[in-house]
Design a protein around this ligand. Sequence first.
Ligand SMILES: NC(=O)c1ccc[n+]([C@@H]2O[C@H](COP(=O)([O-])OP(=O)(O)OC[C@H]3O[C@@H](n4cnc5c(N)ncnc54)[C@H](OP(=O)(O)O)[C@@H]3O)[C@@H](O)[C@H]2O)c1
Length: 296
Amino acid sequence: MANINTPIPNLRLSDGNSIPMLGYGTGTAWYKSGDESKIDQACIDGVKASLSLGYYHQDGAEVYKTETELGTGLKGSGVAREKLFITTKVISNIADIPNALRTSLKKLGVDYVDLYLIHSPFFSDDKTVHQQKWKQMEQLKDEGLTKSIGVSNYLPAQLDWILETAKHRPVINQIEFHPYLQHAGQIDYHKKNGIATEAYAPLTPVTKAAGGPVDDVLAKCSKKYAVGPGEILLRWCIDQDIIPITTSGKEQRLSDYLRAMTFKLTPKEIQDINEAGAKKHFRGFWTHKYDEKDHR
Ligand SMILES: NC(=O)c1ccc[n+]([C@@H]2O[C@H](COP(=O)([O-])OP(=O)(O)OC[C@H]3O[C@@H](n4cnc5c(N)ncnc54)[C@H](OP(=O)(O)O)[C@@H]3O)[C@@H](O)[C@H]2O)c1
C-alpha cells in the first residue's frame, strides 16, 4: 500500500473554522435501506480504515442510518476529537431540528459535530419556512452543539432566502459536483457569498457516467502525474477550492486517493477538464427533482 505522507490540506471557512479538503462518506455505498438497528460491520471497518489513513473528515447524515456505525468507527480509532471533522445532516426529522441533532450526537457518541447541514431544500417551497429552519440551525451553533452550519443541494435562489435573514451565514453548500455537472454560475455565487462548495459524487466520470469527453484529458493528466483518473478528479476539485467527499470499501483505493495531495493541476489542465466536461451532462442524485435538461 502506498505510504503517502503528504497530509490533506485544510480550507478556512467564512466562520473562521477549518475543514480538511477530502472527506470520507458514510452514505451511498453504505446507505442502509432497512432496519437501522442492524449494525453494518463493513461500514465500521470502512470508517476505521479511512481514519487510519488520515481521512479525519467524516461525512454522515441521519437519513443514511449509519451514524451508529460512524460513531463506533470513530470511537475505536483512537483519533483525538480535536483532530476529527465530523459532519451530519438533517432531513427526516426536519420538523424538529434541535431534537434531530441531539439524537445524531447520541448515535455518533460525541458532544458536538463540526458541521451540521440541512440535507436538502425540497421539504418546502416557502421562503419563510426556510428562514425559520435556519434560525434553529443558528441556535444550535450558538449552543455549541455544532461548530459550523450549512446546507446541501440548495440552489442560489434558495440560499438567497436564507441569506436575507441570516445571523450566521451558511458556510458550506454540499452539492453533486463533477465535470459532467458543473452548475454554471453556482460556484461563483458561492464564492461571492462566502460559501464553500463540497462536492459529492466527485468520481462520477469514471464510475456511473464512465466513457465520455473527459476521458482523454484525464488519461493525459494521469500519465503526467503518475496517478489514477480518480486522483485527477479529486485534485480538480481541490485546485478550485472545492472539497470532494468520496467513499470506498477498499483500503487500496483510499490509499491511492491520497496521491491527489502530491501534485497540482495547471490552470490550463483545469480549464481543459472544464471544457471537455461541459460537453456532457449527467446527474446521479435527486434526479426526480430536476428535469433532464436542467443543468443547475
Ligand atoms: N448531500 C447529498 O445529497 C449526498 C448525495 C450523495 C452522496 N453524498 C455524500 O458523498 C459521499 C460520496 O458519494 P459517492 O459515493 O457518490 O462518491 P464517489 O467518490 O463519486 O464514488 C465512490 C463510489 O465509487 C466506487 N468506485 C470508485 N472507483 C471505482 C471504479 N473504478 N469502478 C467502479 N466503482 C468505483 C466506490 O466503490 P468501492 O467501494 O468499490 O471503492 C464508491 O462506492 C457519500 O458517501 C455521502 O457521504 C451526499
